[in-house]
Design a protein around this ligand. Structure first.
Ligand code: ZN
Length: 163
């Protein structure tokens, strides 16, 4: 196994995973043998660079997840879950509640549309009445029942800003 017996001195107290290339001056990975920008040889070989990286990584448990191909130590994943309902409430944005009533509204709209076909006799009136009732039931249920439940009246009214 080709293991570097005498890894070049590595400053383990330096927490940086990146280094400024002595030739091009750009920031590059510290433990890759070649500069990524200009190809300048930072380490005698890839094995030496890898051995140096392992020494550097094992010097601090916080560097456990570091990769020598990165130029920054990965940060702890943050919980980015957002409660959009609460956020909208804070911002005073009105969200419609999650609801099945829109489906009922659509069924009502279907019958209303059928009532538009010039059927002979009272069929159109019957379709109009059925469609209208289903449609109104859906609208009332969604806007007047569920919406009011989601936004109770006791919430403080947003103060108007006068310019
Ligand atoms: Zn360079």
């Amino acid at each position: 196994m080709a293991v570097a017996r005498k890894p070049r001195y590595v400053d383990v107290s330096n927490p940086s995973l990146s280094v400024e290339c002595p030739r091009c001056g750009l920031r590059t990975a510290r433990f890759i043998d070649l500069c990524r920008n200009c190809g300048y040889k930072l380490w005698p070989s890839s094995y030496v660079a890898s051995a140096a990286f392992k020494v550097w990584r094992d010097a601090d448990p916080a560097r456990r997840d570091a990769s020598r191909f990165d130029i920054e130590i990965p940060v702890e994943p943050v919980d980015t879950t957002i409660d959009y309902a609460a956020r909208a409430h804070d911002l005073g944005i009105h969200l419609f509640p999650n609801s099945n009533y829109p489906f009922i509204i659509c069924v009502g709209a279907l019958f209303l549309g059928l009532a538009g076909i010039p059927f002979p006799g009272p069929a159109r009136i019957a379709l109009l009445v059925i469609g209208g009732l289903i449609f109104l039931y859906g609208v009332v249920g969604w806007v007047l029942v569920e919406d009011v439940r989601m936004y109770p009246v006791d919430t403080p009214p947003t103060e108007e800003v006068h310019h």
